[in-house]
Design a protein around this ligand. Structure first.
Ligand SMILES: Nc1ncnc2c1ncn2[C@@H]1O[C@H](COP(=O)(O)OP(=O)(O)OP(=O)(O)O)[C@@H](O)[C@H]1O
Length: 630
């Protein structure tokens, strides 16, 4: 395939000789050698226990860093105090158990009534403690969620990162789910499991002593001799709990992986639904509902399949958790029975043994009872930390690969020096291009569809770092980029016009003039209405909003990627004439196919495909009609 507009000999990527002269405004090729590696394979994390704990440690450390961790630490401290109060109340309640059942056994009505009064006192204390604990726990969940969400938002909304993350594979995918659901789950589970574990620990420490003391009352007869095993009920409780925990670990381990898979599938489903909703108009125009239904069925099936496998694993685990729960009713009584039948334990003391045994083995079995929740917590943790790691490690990942160096041009112009742009598979679409655009020039880039024009536009904007060579740019505050579909934020039209500045950044008069100049005076009356402007304005109107934005911001450099594609000829001319009037002197670099564009520019640069399939930037052909402007 030869291109009549190019004056350069054709060549393929990898050839080293340059045949083109290097002069200002010239796009030249010389061959750039090795291809950069793939950029979209950020490694997935190891799914082991040690890794999860390390990630948890790093995450908590970062959340508590700086003054922002204090509210969390204060709440955690208050919860510790409350938990100690709770444990004291529980020990007292267990003692009351002994006294109360002894009064029942002795048929002592006075003691019985007095114990009822004592009971009311203990319950009032415990009630206060439990309400306070619930309140503090809920506050802690909110604080943790707030901190974590901000941490992820900070990592995500760094310049260019959100876009680049969307290109780096699964670890950067579904930021919505990670910052909404996963952060919420992580905050809730961390609080519930953390408080539960601490409570289990304080109860264990307190009741193990009670159980040890009461164990000395239990004795066995062996060949006529009385045998007392020190703390034997403690050993039974430990053995019983250890067996339960071991079995649970064996049966419940697959839950962690299955949970992770389920969350990922759920996120895929949500993403697919959102995408259908966003593209509802096009889908309807193509009558593509049946096809969408078919694809959605596949995603729904994969969610259900993951949930089915999870429910099977949960049911298997219930054999253990429930079986253990029921055995737990009788095991402490069996353990205390030798002491009771030997007459060394009263009925009340046996009840105390039952209470203490249940607390001890309940605390030891904490892991068993909460296994599904721990699995959920671990999945949420890994999803949050993987995303954060992908976001914060992105710059390093890009650095490790070859990247395009972007810096300031000493004269405030734009220059591309031996620039190569790579795709995700490592292939190069633009190879070793060199060009310079001076202040005040208007340059058009043309090339066949898919030749890399938009990718070059992204590279100049700093969005596309993958490749090699240098781009020198004007000062960032002097540049404005106009993509084909302008971004209109949620909110008022005024906010959309002044974006990214604050909605009230420009005077009413300026805003009015800009709207009128861009043929949008019909919207003067609804400037402050909140609407989905991205849906209610036509693409041509949205493109004119983008030009009105340019009038307000007055950038010295404007980069356009098919920014007039939806305008009729008259409107296109009207918008481009801004650069002869309101924005006279501004430099323009645009990409486009529309007729009429070439006449507006001083120079045309050409992206050309060679026969070998490589794509090169070739020397421009001066636009004869605009030669006078050179
Ligand atoms: N995010 C991406 N990930 C992988 N490949 C991409 C991505 N964006 C673009 N490409 C590939 O880069 C090549 C150039 O795409 P680009 O959009 O830059 O072309 P273009 O010249 O602007 O096309 P058009 O004129 O049709 O808009 C294409 O082969 C495209 O598939």
């Amino acid at each position: 395939m030869t291109d009549p507009t190019s004056i350069l000999p054709q060549r393929s990527i990898g050839s080293s000789a340059s045949t083109a002269p290097q002069s200002q405004g010239d796009l030249r090729t010389s061959g750039n050698g090795a291809l950069p590696p793939r950029f979209n394979d950020v490694p997935e994390p190891d799914n082991n226990q040690e890794y999860a704990l390390k990630e948890f440690y790093h995450l908590v450390r970062d959340m508590l860093q700086g003054g922002k961790g204090w509210p969390i630490l204060r709440l955690a401290l208050a919860i510790v105090v409350i938990l100690i109060g709770n444990t004291i109340g529980q020990v007292r309640l267990n003692e009351w158990n002994g006294a109360f059942f002894d009064a029942v056994e002795r048929r002592n009505s006075t003691a019985f009534l007095w114990q009822l009064v004592v009971f009311l006192g203990i319950i009032a204390f415990l009630l206060f403690i439990v309400v306070a604990q619930t309140w503090l726990q809920e506050r802690l969940k909110i604080r943790l969620r707030e901190r974590l969400t901000h941490l992820l938002l900070d990592a995500w909304l760094k310049p260019n990162r959100a876009y680049q993350l969307s290109l780096v594979g699964r670890s950067g995918a579904q930021p919505d789910q990670r910052m909404q659901e996963d952060c919420r789950l992580f905050a809730e589970f961390t609080t519930e499991l953390g408080v539960g574990m601490l409570q289990a620990f304080t109860l264990l420490v307190s009741f193990i002593g009670v159980l040890w003391t009461l164990s000395s009352y239990a004795s066995f007869e062996f060949r006529g001799e009385e045998i007392i095993i020190p703390g034997y009920m403690v050993w039974i409780a430990i053995g019983y709990a250890a067996m339960g925990s071991g079995l649970t670990w064996l049966v419940g381990r697959p839950l962690i992986r299955l949970n992770t898979i389920r969350y990922a599938r759920e996120a895929d489903l949500r993403f697919a639904l959102v995408r259908v909703n966003e593209s509802a108009e096009s889908i309807s125009l193509y009558a593509g509902e049946r096809d969408e239904r078919r694809s959605l069925n596949l995603v729904v099936d994969s969610v259900l399949q993951a949930t089915r496998r999870l429910s099977g694993a949960l049911a298997r685990l219930t054999w253990i958790t429930s079986g253990y729960g029921w055995l737990g009713i009788v095991v402490p009584i069996l353990a205390a029975a030798p002491g009771y039948f030997a007459g060394r334990l009263t009925f009340g003391e046996m009840m105390m043994v039952v209470g203490a045994f249940n607390h001890v083995q309940g605390a030891l079995r904490y892991f068993v009872d909460n296994f599904p929740k721990i699995a959920d917590w671990r999945s949420a943790l890994l999803r949050v930390t993987t995303f954060r790691r992908a976001a914060t490690g992105l710059d390093r990942t890009i650095e490790e690969n070859r990247r395009i160096e972007v810096s300031r041009h000493p004269e405030g112009w734009l220059s591309l020096n031996n620039l190569s742009i790579a795709l995700s598979d490592g292939s190069i679409i633009i190879d070793d291009a060199t060009a310079e655009v001076k202040a005040g020039e208007r340059v058009l880039i043309i090339g066949v569809s898919g030749s890399g024009k938009s990718t070059l536009f992204r590279a100049i904007a700093g969005l596309w770092p993958w490749g090699a060579g240098q781009i020198q740019t004007p000062p960032p505050e002097e540049m404005m980029f106009l993509p084909q579909r302008p971004y209109l934020p949620l909110g008022t039209l005024r906010a959309a016009l002044s974006y990214p500045a604050a909605p009230d950044a420009f005077d009413d008069e300026l805003v009015r003039k800009a709207l009128e100049r861009c043929g949008l005076s019909d919207f003067l009356g609804v400037l402050d209405e909140n609407r989905r402007w991205d849906q209610s304005l036509s693409l041509g109107q949205q493109q004119r909003v983008a030009f009105a934005r340019v009038i307000l911001h007055k950038p010295r450099w404007v980069f356009m990627d098919e920014a007039t594609s939806a305008l009729d000829d008259e409107n296109q001319e009207s918008m481009l004439s801004l650069f002869d009037n309101e924005l006279a002197g501004a430099s323009v670099l645009s990409i486009g196919h529309r007729p009429g564009l070439e006449e507006f520019h001083n120079r045309t640069l050409h992206i050309r495909k060679t026969e070998e399939g490589a794509i090169l930037l070739a020397k421009p052909r001066p636009n004869p009609r605009k030669l006078a402007l050179w």
